[in-house]
Ligand binder design. Structure first.
Ligand code: 5GP
Ligand code: ZN
Length: 116
C-alpha cells in the first residue's frame, strides 16, 4: 500500500467503490465518471505507478490483469460487440491516478481512437 494513493485506498476498502470483480491479485470497479455505458477500471492490488512499471516488474501479474479484463468484458456483455482497453501512461498519456489501471470501455461505439 502506497500512502496517499487513491486506488490503494480502494483496494484497502478505505474508499468505497462499485466492485464488479475481485481476484487474489486484481480488482475491477466502475469508474466514478464513466465515459461510456460500460466503464470499468481494472487494477493490480499491488501498487505500480503505471502499466510499463507493472509489466517490467511482474509480467505474470500483467497477464492476470488482462485475464480480469476478459472476465469483466464477458460479465458486462461487451465481448461480442467489442470494447476498448486504454492504459493512460505518464504525463503525455494523460494519466491522473498513478496506480496502474486499465480502462475498459464499451456498451456503445467508443469513437475515434484519439481526439483531434
Ligand atoms: P487516468 O486519467 O489516470 O487514466 O484515469 C483515472 C480515472 O479514475 C478517471 O477516469 C477517473 O474518473 C477515475 N477516478 C478518479 N477518482 C475516482 C474514485 O474515487 N473512484 C472511482 N471509482 N474512480 C475514480
Ligand atoms: Zn496505489
Amino acid at each position: 500500500m502506497e500512502n496517499d494513493c487513491l486506488f490503494c485506498k480502494i483496494v484497502a476498502g478505505d474508499i468505497p467503490a462499485t466492485v464488479v470483480r475481485e481476484t487474489e491479485t486484481t480488482l475491477a470497479f466502475r469508474d466514478i465518471n464513466p465515459k461510456a455505458p460500460v466503464h470499468v477500471l481494472v487494477i493490480p492490488k499491488e501498487h505500480y505507478v503505471d502499466v510499463a512499471t507493472l509489466a517490467q516488474a511482474d509480467p505474470a501479474l500483467g497477464g492476470e490483469l488482462l485475464e480480469t479484463v476478459a472476465a469483466v468484458a464477458e460479465s458486462e456483455g461487451v465481448l461480442l460487440d467489442g470494447f476498448r482497453l486504454i492504459f493512460n501512461t505518464g504525463e503525455y498519456g494523460g494519466q491522473e491516478v498513478f496506480h496502474a489501471h486499465a480502462h475498459l470501455l464499451g456498451g456503445a461505439p467508443i469513437g475515434p481512437m484519439v481526439a483531434g
